[in-house]
Design a protein around this ligand. Structure first.
Ligand code: GCV
Length: 690
């Protein structure tokens, strides 16, 4: 009898779930009662705030909320004070953020308490790697939402505006307040008259939501499109050109945010081409932006083919320049010293400079973490970075505190995320990739939030089903919590570690089949003539005795770029965390790990564990089927199937390849490889299809 009732209940729940394509993101919830909102001022932003309250209100029916704008020193930037019947802020935008916080609390069943809520960073910005031809580099959600190809590429349609507005709303709801609209490998088109008009149109739609627009520019624009013979930053005509271009932009977009620059990196020109330093280059653009209060984000993603250890180069180039940059320059530093690998120790540039603003750059799009096929929740990776202790000013000098101005004052503070948004119906390609967009915004607002809290909120907002007229507080039944929320959250929180396990555990890094995708394994990939630092053997250095990159004091000495006692901890085998072992150490295959196993065996068990974790995710997802509409359920189920196959490929490829060096058996309690190494090598550019 009990079973019959249970089955009946499940069937009932499933039938009542409406198909959803995921387009509404975490903003699906509608109001369950009436609210009266009073505010003594008017503005486009306040109008949005009032509308949001009325459309998403899930508090007491016929309640009243007062919106108060007044100066309060306890409130920083666009922060706010929240209490049950009032939101107070210094700015209209602060009110809007307060509204989203209030609604989030209602819709996730959290009490509305008296709180002051200030953002950790002044600038919380998405970097779109969108090209004006509408393609997205490392994008997995189809084409750009900003740019279109073809002869009508500059026509702004109502559909464009509607999409940009939805995008702005989603960003504002999690506190994101800026967007760089084009890729760092910037095309000169973006600063041409026609394109600037389109930027102006985008800015107009984003403005009420507090999103400023920024552009990536190429250092060589003056000679590329300005008719000048040089782009030397100290040349008077070059300075004039930048000043005029900036004036032109601000004449169209008075609240334009500023520029992002990738210079002397991966073929992009920069000040070094003219014998000038990064600081000399950056300052010219910064000076042009300064009168308009614009900022310049200058990337530290630099590495040359000749360096013995790519991981050291950014620090080596930028540290000597500390104090030489203008105060509206922020050095944008990727979380890891190499790139956005599944796991890297934090970049030593965090906590290094004391007189220069530094901002973290995270990659929301999963370039190296399974594209939009694998389910990988990235908040734990970013949390790991933000909470890492740099020891800049003794213990407790976390990356978060070194970048948000808590340790050394910075004129500007900022954090960037490479966006994963495109015109796909669900915006990101994978439903769970929406959680990464959400998580970036939440961490940018509050850099001490936990991944657990963020996952909890996102799941509730994305999957709850609100019967009309019912408030959220009654929504999260024990059944839903135990059978849906808890397992799905567990899956999300384990997913990044699972990816590390089946891709590159124990400090392995950059062992992808490199040519195009950064997707499948390719520890063997090293064609003749290709830059060594683009090939996996440069990073894993496997031979028949040993494996790993020696960055100790006997090796490249990258450990010395970290403050003490961290440098010594990484240097010493006893204290180096095993998760970074092969990042910092070159070790024999039979080195004994803390578990008592040999290094080789431990590697094998990690790959196996990762693969089994994905198998568990499949089971979890199948079990929660009754709580998700069919459309979203099947989408994720299909992708998990591919993820499992791909995890198997990663395991087989890496174990069979490294076994050629270790010459040891794969422990016999581990499932045997399914694919052969020759087959995997032959198909290494085609893993998506396997
Ligand atoms: C936009 C990596 C990526 C490139 C990217 C580069 C960067 O190398 O593979 O696609 O270029 O990082 O961050 O500039």
């Amino acid at each position: 009898m009990k079973t019959t009732v249970y089955i009946f209940l499940l069937v009932f729940i499933s039938l009542s779930l409406q198909a959803e394509g995921g387009h509404e993101l975490w903003l699906r919830n509608k109001s369950t009662g009436h609210v009266t909102v009073t505010c003594s001022r008017n503005s486009a932003t306040l109008a949005v705030a009032i509308k949001e309250l009325q459309q998403g209100w899930q508090g007491k029916d016929n309640a009243k909320v007062v919106l108060t704008i007044k100066d309060d020193k306890a409130i920083k930037y666009d922060g706010f004070k929240l209490s049950p019947g009032e939101i107070q802020a210094n700015t209209d935008l602060g009110i809007l953020y307060g509204v989203y916080e209030l609604l989030r609390r209602q819709q996730t069943g959290h009490p509305i308490e008296k709180i002051i809520c200030n953002p950790s960073y002044e600038v919380r910005i998405l970097n779109h790697w969108d090209d004006p031809d509408s393609s997205i580099v490392r994008g997995f959600a189809s084409r750009s939402i900003f740019w279109r190809k073809g002869k009508n590429s500059l026509v702004v349609t109502d559909a464009d505006k509607a999409l940009w507005q939805e995008y702005a709303r989603a960003n504002a709801s999690v506190g994101i307040n800026g967007a760089v609209l084009n890729i760092v490998n910037a095309s000169p088109l973006v600063v041409s008259e026609g394109y600037l008009e389109r930027v102006k149109a985008i800015a107009a739609v984003l403005r009420p939501y507090g999103i400023k627009v920024y552009l990536s520019v190429n250092f060589a624009f003056p000679s590329m499109i300005g008719g000048l013979k040089t782009s030397d930053p100290l040349d008077a005509d070059v300075i004039k050109w930048w000043n005029a271009k900036v004036r032109e932009i601000y004449s169209k977009i008075p609240d334009f945010g500023g520029f992002l620059v990738k210079a002397n990196s991966e073929g992009q020109q920069g000040p070094h081409d003219y014998g000038r330093s990064h600081a000399e280059g950056a300052n010219v653009l910064a000076d042009a932006l300064k009168p308009f209060e614009g900022i310049l984000m200058w990337r530290a993603f630099v590495y040359s083919p000749n360096d013995k250890d790519r991981a050291k180069q950014a620090y080596n180039e930028f540290m000597p320049l500390d104090g030489q940059f203008r105060d509206n320059v922020i050095i944008q530093v990727k979380n890891g010293p190499i790139d956005f690998q599944p796991r890297e120790p934090f970049s030593p540039l965090f906590g290094a400079m004391k007189k220069t603003s530094v901002m973290p750059e995270f990659e929301i799009v999963k370039e190296y973490l399974g594209a939009s096929i694998h389910l990988v929740f990235l908040a734990p990776m970013w949390e790991e970075c933000l909470k890492s202790d740099t020891y800049q000013e003794g213990a407790g000098s976390t990356v978060a505190r070194c970048t948000d101005g808590s340790i050394y004052p910075q004129e500007h503070t900022a954090i960037a995320g490479v966006a994963n948004v495109g015109v796909d119906r669900n915006w990101c390609g994978h439903l769970f990739d929406q959680a990464n967009w959400y998580a970036f915004g939440r961490l940018a607002w509050g850099n001490t939030l936990t991944s657990e809290q963020i996952a909890d909120e996102w799941i509730k907002l994305t999957f709850s089903q609100i019967p009309s007229g019912q408030a959220a507080s009654t929504l999260f039944s024990t059944d839903w919590t135990e059978k849906f929320l808890v397992p799905v959250k567990k899956m999300m929180l384990q997913s990044r570690e699972a990816a590390v396990n089946y891709m590159m555990p124990l400090g392995f890094h950059h062992i992808f089949a490199m040519p195009n995708t950064h997707y499948g394994p390719g520890p063997w990939w090293a064609p003749e003539g290709v830059r060594k630092d683009w090939t996996p053997p440069y990073y894993h250095q496997a031979d028949t005795n040993s494996v790993g990159f020696d960055r100790t004091r006997f090796g490249s000495d990258a450990v010395s770029q970290y403050h003490e006692p961290l440098g010594s901890q990484f240097n010493d085998l006893e204290t180096c965390p095993e998760k970074y072992l092969l990042w910092f150490h070159h070790l024999p295959w039979n080195y004994i790990m803390k578990s008592g196993r040999t290094l080789w065996d431990e590697i094998c068990y990690h790959y196996e564990t990762g693969m089994q974790q994905v198998r568990e995710f499949q089971k979890i997802w199948d079990m929660v089927e009754p709580y998700v509409d069919t459309e979203r359920f099947t989408q994720v189920q299909d992708k998990l199937r591919s993820q499992f196959r791909n995890a198997q490929i990663w395991k087989d490829a890496c174990l069979l390849y490294f076994q050629q060096f270790s010459l040891k058996p794969i422990p016999y309690d581990i499932d045997r490889p399914v694919y052969g190494l020759d087959y995997l090598i032959k198909n290494s550019d085609n893993y998506y299809g396997l």
